[in-house]
Design a protein around this ligand. Structure first.
Ligand code: HEM
Length: 178
């Protein structure tokens, strides 16, 4: 059966993950990365970051599986074939980057023994995380994710306010049977 809108589970997952990623990008950049590992509050900050980061990974996987299992509306069109292809590519890239950011975070955690230190109270944090390759990847990938999210938001606003195709209504809750 054809549909013109995303289903309610997809709407909920989209906005929940979007808010969580935004929160993590802001807190990661302006709080976590600015707090030295010698600061006693760092373990608590890492605990929250690792918990939310892993939850984002899990929810993104659930979102992708749910997407495969349910009927999707057609890709939004702009009237320009190149822009339409870019829009589709940007959606793939957003999902991929989110997964890679979370995976590189988990990479740092395991290389630095963080699960034991942060959740088990065993041992101390290293002086910093820059000796671990996934830390460099995590830094670069988060910057790429910020750039792509900015592009994604600009694209959505272009649909809503320039093309005026009411794109946002596709991504909001609908009543049963509507
Ligand atoms: C999509 C989910 C995630 C987002 C958006 C995110 C975001 C960030 C950001 C913005 C930074 C600072 C980067 C910089 O300024 O160089 C950061 C650092 C970090 N993240 Fe994540 N992260 C995510 C998932 C994870 C996960 C799952 C873990 C571990 C289980 C993790 C562990 C770390 C660690 C250890 C740091 C380094 C902090 C430091 O250098 O002091 N992240 N993250």
């Amino acid at each position: 059966m054809k549909t013109s809108k995303y289903n309610n589970i997809q709407v909920a997952l989209h906005w929940l993950v979007a808010l969580m990623v935004l929160f993590m990008l802001i807190m990661g950049t302006f709080v976590l990365a600015q707090t030295p590992n010698s600061d006693p509050s760092k373990v608590t900050a890492l605990r929250g970051h690792m918990f939310f980061g892993s939850a984002i990974l899990l929810l993104t996987l659930v979102r992708l599986v749910w997407r495969r299992m349910s009927t999707q509306p057609d890709h939004a069109e702009t009237g320009n074939a190149l822009l339409d292809k870019l829009g589709i590519a940007a959606h793939y890239a957003l999902n991929l980057l989110t997964l890679l950011v979370a995976a590189s975070g988990i990479g740092i955690a395991f290389q630095a023994g963080l699960p034991g230190i942060v959740f088990g109270g065993q041992g101390n944090l290293p002086p910093d995380f820059w000796a671990y390759t996934p830390r460099i990847a995590h830094g670069i990938l988060t910057k790429l994710l910020i750039a792509l999210i900015a592009l994604h938001v600009i694209g959505a606003l272009y649909h809503q306010f320039v093309i005026k195709d009411r794109l946002f209504s596709r991504l909001w809750f609908r009543k049963r049977n509507s």
